[in-house]
Design a protein around this ligand. Sequence first.
Ligand code: GLU
Length: 303
Amino acid sequence: MRSRKPRAVAAALAATLGLVLTACGSGSTNQLGSGGQDSFQAPVAENPSFEPGTTMAKLSKQGSITVGTKFDQPLFGLKGLDGTMQGFDIEIARIIAGQLGIPADKINWVKTPSKSREAYIEQDRVDMVVATYTINDKRAQRVSFAGPYYNAGQDLMVKKDNTEITGPESLRKTGAKVCSARGSTPSEEIKKYIDPANLVLFDVYSKCADALRTGQVDAVTTDNVILLGLVNESGGKFKLVGKPFTEEPYGVGITKGDTEFCQFIHQSLTKAAQNGTYQKAWEATAGKVSEENPKLPELNTCS
Ligand code: GLU
């Protein structure tokens, strides 16, 4: 379903979007990082006002926000060699920050591996987590989720020449070693399909990609869009099996019970979907590789 778009087409598309944005741009903007993504900027609200005592009032007054995200997931959350942050999660965070009146250079990014997300929110080490973070009941006992802002699905990544692994059902009979990240939903789900001894866990997926490259594992499992980024970076060495077998709705993780902040995030996402910012954020990031053209999913009720 998904395939690579020629870079030239993507660049032309990005350039067009840049022109559109420049033509109807207003005030200051939240600029995307380098790496050919500088054609899109999330708008920054000028002097927004919020109910005193709310998280929004606190963050807006402070003029900065701390966001937990991934640093090694191309297309969604990646810290470039020059220190710039890139990806769809990064843009979602910039969209929300922008609606608080906080520009991109006032966002403090904190590397938040899968297993640390709930704890970082509970310990107030971050104001929100935007990190390919699946909304589920277990996590919702410790944190609240705004969203979903995107729906992914668990998939498998293998070496390009692997013809044996065709889906999760093929893993047991081939005795495949499968790598995933600790504390992730895919690392739990995959236990239905393999023997425990064949599950290899690291803190981040980039280490799984290294293990696949060196032949220590036969497959990597996580969300299709994360794998797509790793396939794209592999120089033709890896491929996506391409049969998603779960639903992974991505939410913005916030302090448990902060309903007002959740509602504010929903308003920001809805506005971004209505004025085309959501679409442009996608096109400037994951949309450069994915053929998908997602719409903002129906949002959950904040609780
Ligand atoms: N979306 C899944 C999760 O939240 C996998 C991706 C990740 O580990 O960040 O666990």
